[in-house]
Ligand binder design. Structure first.
Ligand SMILES: Nc1ncnc2c1ncn2[C@@H]1O[C@H](COP(=O)(O)OP(=O)(O)OP(=O)(O)O)[C@@H](O)[C@H]1O
Length: 502
């Protein structure tokens, strides 16, 4: 009966009686159980000849009855009095047809004008129709649709293949994506399965992805594999977890002791379930300071070499931090050049006040990279090139720094052996301070360490550069930095929200 497809959006019983009792009812759901859109019908009736100029955007849609609900609501527009589509149910027949949208105005049904018709009169017209139903529709404005559905984008922090997911309701409807892909979320109506599409692909299709909550709830199935944890794969040769932040004192690096622990793996949170991070497009305005440029990679991969080349290429554009130390200044050194020299008690005060990004101890003296040192490079409107341990990235992910993270990866063993024939491993030194050539074991460790870093912290990397040929890697780095200045990037939405609230 017609009453069976009268529904409300809030209170079914209450609104049904309102619909039938009051002529000016505004909301009505017509989940018509015998009608579906048929968008592929090849034969459309000719357009009525008496269309006026303002009706030139009219659309004729023909529907064929089926058992599937139409899945749409209509209402009377308060201002114009027109009958308009109020809501399209995601995944319903109307939605899938792609022919009708929220905000569309229904002008005619089977040639019967909707003008002056009440919602109660429209329902019987639908109910009594048999076979094909023809609608005349005036498409709604795009602006109105945008305000109804604001766009939401997320960066995926895990790889997903629907064919390997036993819980997805329909594998064919699933969307495959990789860690780092940016997806547009089109519907979150279903608590477990969102609708999304890839942002980078033109004409990308919409598919199902597990919702954040659902993915988190099945944590055990998607936990990162323990076999890849660095503690199990790395032979830790060095006592320092801080080798890079103290570049200028590299000859002491081997004996550094990190105060907060000496293995980068110790900060890894194996319980953290990686799902999605909401992102927004961002283009740096010319008057805003450059984003912090972080470099991460295994020992010996070439971070220092790449940083050095960048600074030499344009010293006005790129800068590096000056580390702090509590050791006495040598005659040939000047404060603020090689190091910023500070007394031990001041260093410790700054340490407890979280003023250091990374710090360590050698020979009874402290060394550290301070936040102030980073800010001082940025204050000169230079790109601050900072190489850090991977576990430090998360502490620098703030609206102030908006870090862009590059992971520098070693090439395969054969290429390391060829390219690093004459290279020296600066993080290794003997008693006389002499560095040594790379050994096969050093290369193996570099590769293993890179794999472990990528497995654990890969979701935090914006870009991966393989340092095979040095010149090529350098050019890729330069091109990446250029893009940061000229192109739009995706950054965590939280960085923008916090900024606006400041
Ligand atoms: N692509 C490359 N081809 C050949 N040699 C390279 C390449 N990249 C780096 N090197 C050399 O490898 C050695 C180690 O590089 P670098 O000191 O920059 O490493 P690092 O990543 O800073 O590591 P660490 O902090 O452990 O010293 C240097 O002698 C450097 O010149």
């Amino acid at each position: 009966s017609p009453g069976s497809f009268l529904r409300t959006r809030s209170d079914p019983g209450k609104d049904r009686s309102r619909c039938t009792a009051a002529k000016y009812s505004k909301i009505l759901l017509f989940t018509h159980d015998a009608v579906a859109w048929k968008g592929y019908d090849p034969v459309l009736p000719p357009l009525p000849e008496n269309l006026s100029g303002e009706q030139d955007s009219v659309k004729i849609v023909r529907l064929v009855k089926s058992k599937e609900p139409l899945g749409a609501t209509v209402k009377r527009d308060e201002h114009t009095g027109a009958i308009v589509v109020a809501r399209i149910m995601k995944g319903g027949a109307a939605d899938r047809s792609g022919l009708i949208h929220e905000g569309d105005e229904l002008r005619e049904i089977n040639g019967i004008p909707m003008e002056n018709k009440s919602l109660e009169e429209i329902i019987p017209i639908l109910a009594q129709s048999k076979g094909t139903i023809t609608f005349k529709v005036i498409p709604g404005s795009k602006v109105e649709m945008e305000t109804i559905k604001p766009k939401m984008y997320v960066r995926s922090l895990f790889d997903y293949n629907p064919n390997e997911d036993a819980e997805i309701p329909c594998k064919e409807a699933g969307l495959t994506f990789r860690k780092g892909d940016v997806l547009q979320i089109l519907s979150q109506d279903d608590a477990s399965w969102w609708q999304a599409k890839h942002c980078s692909l033109p004409n990308a299709r919409t598919g199902l992805i597990p919702s954040k909550h659902f993915q988190e709830s099945r944590r055990f199935a998607f936990q990162r594999p323990p076999a890849l944890l660095p503690t199990q794969t790395l032979r830790s040769r060095r006592s320092s977890g801080l080798r890079r932040s103290f570049r200028l004192s590299s000859r002491h690096r081997k004996a550094y002791r990190a105060v907060c622990g000496n293995r980068w793996s110790e900060c890894y949170d194996a319980d953290e379930i990686l799902t999605y991070e909401e992102v927004v497009p961002y283009r740096k305005p010319p008057w805003v300071r450059p984003r912090l440029f972080l470099l991460v990679g295994p020992s010996g991969v070439g971070l220092n070499e790449l940083k050095r080349k960048l600074v030499i290429s344009d010293p006005q554009r790129y800068g590096v931090t000056v580390p702090h130390t509590t050791r006495p200044k040598k005659v040939q050194e000047s404060d603020g050049m090689e190091y910023t020299f500070i007394p031990k008690h001041l260093f410790l005060t700054q340490l407890v006040n979280n003023k250091f990004i990374e710090h360590g101890e050698y020979g009874g003296h402290f060394y550290g990279t301070s936040l102030a040192a980073v800010r001082s490079v940025l204050a000169k409107d230079r790109v601050c090139l900072l190489d850090v341990q991977p576990q430090t990235i998360v502490h620098l992910r703030t609206p102030e720094f908006k870090p862009f993270v590059v992971f520098v990866k070693p090439p395969p063993m054969e290429r390391l052996q060829v390219t690093r024939r004459k290279a020296r491993l600066h993080s290794w030194q003997d008693e006389k301070g002499q560095t040594k050539m790379f050994s096969e074991e050093d290369f193996e460790e570099m590769i293993e360490s890179a794999q472990a870093m990528e497995a654990v912290y890969g979701h935090l990397f914006d870009k991966v550069i393989v340092n095979d040929d040095l010149v090529e890697a350098f050019h890729e780095l330069q091109a990446t930095l250029k893009k940061l200045e000229t192109e739009e990037q995706w950054i965590p939405a939280a960085w923008m929200i916090s900024r606006n609230m400041q």
